[in-house]
Ligand binder design. Structure first.
Ligand SMILES: Nc1ncnc2c1ncn2[C@@H]1O[C@H](COP(=O)(O)OP(=O)(O)O)[C@@H](O)[C@H]1O
Ligand SMILES: [Mg+2]
Length: 182
């Protein structure tokens, strides 16, 4: 179980994570969706130990891992695939699966890829979820998330502005128009 409590991180005067609280159940496939600069990568940087939060807690299986080094996070079983245009080779290349993670963070895995490849990534993520790995996606592409995730959070300007099932988000026109320009 990954439980984020009141996480804050600012750069200068800019709050990239502003009181973020979210929890993810073991074996769930969840999406953090938001526009460019919303704070998705910052959120992953905080969880994966790349950034130390200004305040807040990151509880993983009951232990506060906020500020733990990246290698310490990996040792605890949280793997990460970085945001690059072609994440697929690194996924298949085991980089993200080293040490048999119990949790996996994927930063915009669909970005810039052809629809057929995106579909394959979706299948791969479902397979990982079925293996019991807790999968957390950061995405701008809500349509990709609709097909594979069960839980959704919408992030905007460092704040979680919506949290529900992906099915509920699908029919929430207001949230989609306001934050996702759909
Ligand atoms: N290392 C950093 N130094 C300064 N500002 C940063 C840094 N990382 C992110 N930011 C800022 O934080 C905000 C959120 O960025 P980011 O988390 O990359 O958003 P997203 O991944 O949703 O596009 C942006 O305004 C970005 O410029
Ligand atoms: Mg990003």
């Amino acid at each position: 179980m990954l439980k984020i409590e009141h996480l804050c991180k600012s750069f200068g005067g800019l709050a990239a994570a502003n009181d973020v609280s979210l929890h993810f159940l073991p074996g769930s496939l969840s999406a953090v969706i938001g526009p460019n600069d919303a704070g998705k990568t910052t959120f992953f940087n905080l969880i994966s130990g790349a950034f130390r939060p200004d305040s807040g807690r990151i509880l993983f299986d009951g232990e506060d891992i906020a500020g733990v080094s990246r290698s310490g996070i990996v040792r605890r079983g949280i793997g990460r695939a970085f945001q690059v245009a072609s994440i697929f080779p690194s996924l298949t290349g085991e980089e993200a699966l080293m040490g048999k993670p119990s949790g996996l963070l994927l930063d915009e895995p669909s970005e810039g890829l052809a629809p057929l490849i995106v579909q394959r990534i979706g299948e791969l993520l479902r397979t990982l979820r079925d293996m019991g790995i807790t999968v957390l996606l950061a995405e701008q592409n809500m349509h990709f998330c609709l097909g594979i995730a069960t839980e959704a959070a919408v992030i905007d300007k460092g704040q979680i502005v919506y949290r529900d099932t992906i099915t509920a988000l699908r029919t929430n026109t207001e949230v989609k128009q306001r934050y996702l320009a759909l």
